[in-house]
Design a protein around this ligand. Structure first.
Ligand SMILES: *Cc1c(COP(=O)(O)O)cnc(C)c1O
Length: 448
């Protein structure tokens, strides 16, 4: 059977111009092990993007496999309204120990965007039920990404995904967020005072009265090209939100679970959000599941006699799926038993060092930025002016195709090449994937 032909006969792939598949047909994967994926012809691909950032502990991790297999023989799924099960309860007990202080009530969904929708609705309804019905708008940062359902898309600020749909979207208050590589204040992210925070202050002065919440991707704006900004920004935002009675929603869907070197990105700032959204690493990349976790204070604003109509009427059929919960419990156990984050941080030092050594000398590399094991290489036309490459040349995409031939999955964000590997990646693979990425970059950019 020609699996690629059969695929194209039926399947419309996500986030793809299907015409591109004429020259780069889908790669049909048969099995995975660790950071390796093997296609139907036995060719190996190094998954250094963690299969869209969700695979945390390697493909077919023996411990997670065992946990899910065990669960499937007792209960696959049950309605989650008025019913519960041990895996969900155990998961929350364990998560409660590691989430930022004050977060204690867990509401389940089945994908990241749905958790964002929940957070937005929850915030609006909280204010509505606590005497501030005029708070019905949201603030978000430039270049933000929060998912692709309509509410999530509205708070997002990456035009590639949202521009076309603007007529359908909520009117969101957009704040110019941190842009450390091209800082308009001429500062450097390692020692600035977040001069750019002034934009947030201005927006709050003007719009806080009508604002329910501000949503941020803490420290790392992933889809924007792995843009990294300092924890001080979050600290300042916490204060501002408290002053103006605006919720702080942390979208930790990509940054949670050790990706930034701590369990959650907010841990770097030493403050807590009012609502935190989790998905991706939550199940180790095994099952679609997401959680919006919030405070007792928000929870209490919904707690009343039924006829008061204050309940949070939000549901997803697969909320709290037991198989997903069993995977998620095992992920937390592995992180702890095997000191995964600590070890990842040691490896991150090495990874960043070799990436800088290999890429910084190239004339087209504007910046190498990193947080945790995530490293991004921004390609530019001119190192000095930081002028971007002509996006129509699709340089990143050409590098992606080249690297695939050589067995490495890069999938750049525009012309930003990045690595976001499973936390269990080893040194020999770091050497290999960075060598291939360098080779392909030089080849496509004609650098000798
Ligand atoms: C992936 C992602 C989402 C959306 O999650 P989905 O499960 O793809 O809907 C939202 N926010 C961030 C920061 C993400 O990386």
């Amino acid at each position: 059977m020609n699996w690629q032909e059969e695929d194209l006969k039926y399947i419309w792939h996500p986030c793809s111009q299907m015409k591109d598949y004429e020259t780069l047909p889908p790669i049909v994967i048969e099995r995975g092990e660790g950071i390796n994926l093997y296609d139907v012809n036995g060719k190996c691909y190094k998954d250094v993007i963690s299969s869209w950032w969700c695979n945390l502990l390697g493909h077919c991790n023996p411990r997670i496999n065992a946990a899910v297999k065990k669960q499937i023989d007792s209960l696959e799924h049950v309605i989650f309204a008025n019913f519960s099960h041990k895996p969900a309860i155990t998961l929350c007990q364990e998560l409660a120990k590691v989430v930022p202080e004050g977060l204690c009530k867990f509401n389940f969904a089945d994908n990241g965007s749905a958790a964002i929708e929940m957070a937005l609705k929850m915030s609006f309804q909280y204010h509505y039920q606590t005497g501030n019905p005029q708070k019905k708008r949201f603030m978000a940062l430039s270049d933000a990404y929060h998912g692709e359902t309509l509410g999530a898309l509205a708070v997002g600020g990456v035009d590639l995904y949202s521009e076309l749909y603007k007529p359908l979207l909520l009117d969101v208050i957009r704040i110019d967020g941190p842009d450390c590589f091209r800082c308009p204040y001429g500062k450097c992210r390692d020692n600035c005072c977040c001069e750019c925070f002034q934009k947030a202050e201005e927006a709050f002065e003007r719009y806080a009265d009508e604002t329910a919440a501000i949503i941020v991707e803490p420290l790392l704006q992933g889809s924007a090209g792995m843009k990294v900004y300092p924890p001080l920004y979050l600290k300042k935002l916490r204060e501002l939100c408290d002053t103006y009675n605006v919720h702080l929603i942390a979208d930790e869907i990509a940054t949670g679970y050790g990706r930034t070197g701590k369990m959650f990105a907010f841990n770097h700032a030493g403050v807590s959000p009012d609502i935190m959204c989790l998905s991706k690493g939550l199940t180790g990349g095994y099952m679609p599941m997401a959680i919006a976790v919030t405070t007792q204070k928000i929870y209490d604003a919904f707690y009343d006699d039924y006829l008061k109509g204050k309940a949070f009427m939000h549901s997803h059929t697969y909320a709290g799926n037991p198989l997903a919960c069993s995977a998620a419990i095992e992920v937390l156990r592995i992180l702890k038993d095997e000191n995964i984050i600590e070890k990842a941080n040691e490896k991150a030092v090495y990874f960043n060092k070799i990436i800088k050594e290999k890429f910084l000398p190239l004339e087209n590399v504007g910046e190498v930025r990193s947080i945790g094991l995530i490293n991004a290489i921004e390609l530019v036309k001119d190192k000095n002016t930081k002028e971007p490459l002509d996006y129509r040349k699709r340089t990143g995409y050409q590098i992606y195709k080249k690297a695939l031939e050589k067995g490495v999955i890069l999938r750049p964000l525009g012309d930003v090449i990045y690595f976001n590997p499973p936390l269990i990646i080893e040194k020999n693979d770091m050497d290999f994937v960075t060598d291939i990425a360098l080779e392909c970059t030089k080849e496509i950019l004609n650098i000798v």
